[in-house]
Design a protein. Sequence first.
Length: 432
Amino acid sequence: MKKSLIFIVLFLLLLPNVSLAVSVKTTAKAVVKTTKTVVAKPKGLSASDMVGRFLIQKQSYNRLWYVSKNDKKRYYIKDDADLNWVVEAFAQKLTVSELNKIPENAKRKSKIGIGFSSKYYGSIIYSSASPSAYWYVNPGDGIRYTLNNYVDVHGMAKVIGLTIDDATLRKVVMNNGQLTFDSTFNSVAYVRYDGSEFAGGSNDDTILPIASLSKLMTALVLNDLPMDWAREVTITEEEINYPKIMAGGDATSEVPLSAGDRVKMSDLWIAMLTASSNQSAVILADNSGLNREEFAKAMNAKAQELELKKTKLYEMSGLDPNNVSTPQEMAKIAKAAFAIEKIAQSTQVPDYVFEVIQVDGNTRQVDVKNRNYSLLAMGADASKTGFLVEAQRNVVLKKDNNIIVVLHALSMAQRNQIIQKLFATSEISYAN
């Protein structure tokens, strides 16, 4: 009986300790779980954590970036051309035996181990035996993944890369070797240009999307071509749908045109420069005697003619955010464009009406409105605006031989305040 009582007493004495041990063990599990969660959160990443990684920028249409181990800067990959550029710039050459030491799947990894491959974590590699085949060594699992094409790599990055926000991506320095814009830019860029010198600028050598300011380059190319401006052209369904395809359903600047309408080239010219009609820009380019790829090449050739180093254009309307330039170079484009009376005057038409011939043979009137009321009130000699989500509010304006460029203004008020500021520090005045 005494032995039984002693056993019961001892059991009761030990019971709190058993409970405590269970509690400690449970807490330890919770700590491990919490720690893992914290580490996995992208907002906790430092710049060094992103070196050698593919990044998905979730706040900007899931843009794909690669942070090079060579210079620790980030490189934007938007298509196969960019992927090839990055691969060729940073790929390391391995012998066949070295390549074979880096596993290409989990099964081989268990056999090979990770000793050798760890030194190549985050690297792009290729073999001397297969110079056209490239792999990426993922730091997360030590396995090498084939880099076939942009679509496959973007899909791969969604699985093994890091999905991050703009604030996190901003920690990694943007490279200056690509003609592309930094989609984390959150300021404004501007400059004044008198035709020979730049003044009053801020971020004025920064590459940024130019949106519909691209239409000035489109106008320059069209002006160089043997165009028959009195010719009537028939609008296609694809040309009408072009803005929807490019802008993903976002609202764009258009005039009421329809598929099957017959319209004069000269009327489309006014619609493009007065109302910034994207459809009109496409229709004009399609009827210029060049196909779209040739037209884009002509735009870039014009940029080279103007000795621009940081301007690149992909299409004629400006709906592609990869149409980029800098405030300084955009000022040179505007100087060249506004020196042509046909272009300058067309940007300042307040209202315009033209007739189209419909599919049924009847005619209807199309109203073209210039809604740049504040710019018209400034008494500018010429002006052009542009807007995209990526570009924000852009403007180029000429008055008294001075050109003002504002890119990425976050509001109309900010844009106009900067214009007034640049007017005030020059010899021209804001008022008419």
